[in-house]
Design a protein around this ligand. Structure first.
Ligand SMILES: C[S@@+](CC[C@H](N)C(=O)[O-])C[C@H]1O[C@@H](n2cnc3c(N)ncnc32)[C@H](O)[C@@H]1O
Ligand code: SF4
Length: 443
């Protein structure tokens, strides 16, 4: 069982995840808080923060051996169509609440699973029904995640036609052998085809996802991945270090000693070195590192609105099975089983599974740790928003970061991590948690 405050006991990539996506840990969210906190929050007038919409499309052609998302590979066309009807029904229920009624959407995110798994006609129908409830013509960003092998030119044209501004391609690696070994459905020719077609359609931003530390990764292959990435010339590159949460196929294999995956996953030090090398090469080519996971070519024009708004406390409606959201100061998560989720919406109820109302101090911690993932933050932001001096509030954990040589700057204007600290930020953040959240399960 992974405990949030533990640094890895060894440098090996053991089963259990250190990735910090939210605060407080999901394990303290509860079904009881739905009635006590979530429903009252939905009945209150909005607080004037931006509003986003996340749509979880949980379908994939194949389940990648490393994947930890809630995905299905066995649903037929009728079930997929039923799920999309449920998404629309859920959005209609939200649109009737006092917290959401009449509010414009600032950003939209199609995530998964694989949104590009849907056919052009399924997408057209979904989008026309969702936007009939709330238009998103004025949204600052619409992101759409794709698995390259699911894209055709007509489908990409339809995605562009939906108003998508940020297309994200799950490239992961440029070696067919590694893609195969890790259970990916796509191969390298599909990457080039999808990327070229997307460029021709004029998407304002194309991001590619890579993973450092896939099964079978080597120094030489990773160097080639960096070269191939630079040759594509994407606007934004996201590099994750391979995590092994409990629910991946690889984790199950390791925990139960089945021995299907004999290759070990590279150590954390090796994965950090690979990301460092990639960031250095990207910087040499003119990119800017904007967080522990991303580099962008032009920070003036290439934004990531979804990430930045969430890290500054925006509201988010999360539609779909197991989706996460945050409304009027309350964290929400949907029911995480296909049947219970669909049945709840069918009954005309919001399909909530658990919730949590963070205190002001917990909201401060949440924003502080998430913003630290950018590598640098502005203490003035926390003074203005919370009336809190972070040097005082986080005196002890900041001193410990400083002692360990992890701070590149600590002034009244700016707090910045070293590059080495940024590349292991998820482990360092846990010292900012409240004591009661340090020795508990994270998820
Ligand atoms: C929802 S997927 C993106 C869209 C599409 N499903 C795909 O994979 O092409 C989000 C990203 O999570 C990353 N990811 C998935 N499992 C991971 C793991 N175990 N460790 C690190 N990153 C992972 C991959 O880079 C993947 O592109
Ligand atoms: S990584 Fe992407 S394509 Fe692979 S199973 Fe997960 S969501 Fe699906």
């Amino acid at each position: 069982m992974t405990r949030a405050s533990e640094a890895p006991s060894t440098d090996e990539t053991e089963v259990g995840s250190y990735f910090v996506a939210n605060y407080p840990p999901f394990s303290v969210w509860s079904p009881e808080a739905i009635v006590a906190d979530a429903r009252p929050a939905l009945d209150r007038a909005p607080a004037g923060v931006p509003l986003g919409l996340y749509l979880h499309i949980p379908f994939c052609r194949k389940r990648c051996h490393f994947c930890y998302f809630r995905v299905y590979t066995d649903k037929n066309a009728r079930e997929v169509a039923g799920y999309l009807d449920t998404l629309v029904g859920e959005w209609a229920l939200y649109a009737e609440t006092r917290a959401l009624a009449g509010r414009p959407l600032d950003f939209v995110y199609f995530g998964g699973g694989t949104p590009s798994f849907l056919s052009t006609s399924q997408l057209d129908s979904l989008v026309s029904r969702l936007t009939a409830i709330t238009p998103w013509t004025d949204a600052a960003e619409i992101t759409f995640e794709c698995e390259p092998g699911t894209l055709t030119e007509p489908k990409l044209a339809a995605i562009r036609g939906m108003g998508v501004t940020r297309l994200s391609l799950g490239v992961e690696n440029f070696s067919d052998d590694l893609l195969e070994l890790n259970g990916r459905a796509h191969r390298t020719p599909e990457i080039a085809r999808a990327y070229t077609a997307a460029r021709a359609l004029g998407f304002p931003q194309i991001n590619i996802d890579l993973i450092a530390g896939m099964l079978g990764e080597t120094d030489e292959n990773w160097r080639q991945c960096i070269e191939r990435t630079l040759a594509l010339d994407p606007d934004s590159v996201t590099i994750y270090q391979m995590e092994l949460p409990f629910n991946t196929t690889i984790s199950g294999d390791k925990l139960h000693g089945r021995g299907q995956f004999s290759d070990p996953v590279a150590s954390w030090a090796t994965k950090r070195r690979w990301v460092a090398e990639a960031f250095e090469a990207l910087e040499a080519a003119g990119y800017h590192v904007g967080s522990a996971y991303t580099a962008v070519k032009n920070p003036a024009t290439t934004k990531f609105v979804y990430r930045d708004r969430l890290w500054e406390g925006a509201d988010l409606v999360g539609l779909g099975v197991a989706s996460f959201g945050h409304i009027n100061g309350v964290h929400l998560q949907n029911l995480d089983k296909w049947e219970t989720y669909s049945e709840a919406v069918g009954r005309g109820e919001l399909p909530l599974g658990r919730a949590y109302r963070p205190t002001d101090d917990e909201r401060l911690i949440r924003e502080f740790i998430l913003q630290l993932k950018r590598g640098a933050l502005r203490p003035g932001y926390f003074r203005e928003k919370y009336g809190v001096d972070i040097a005082g509030r986080f005196g002890e954990p900041l001193a410990s970061l400083e002692r360990d040589g992890h701070l590149a700057e600590r002034s009244a204007e700016r707090l910045a991590l070293t590059r080495d600290a940024l590349l292991q930020v998820d482990v360092l953040l846990q010292r900012f948690f409240l004591p009661e959240h340090r020795d508990i399960r994270y998820t």
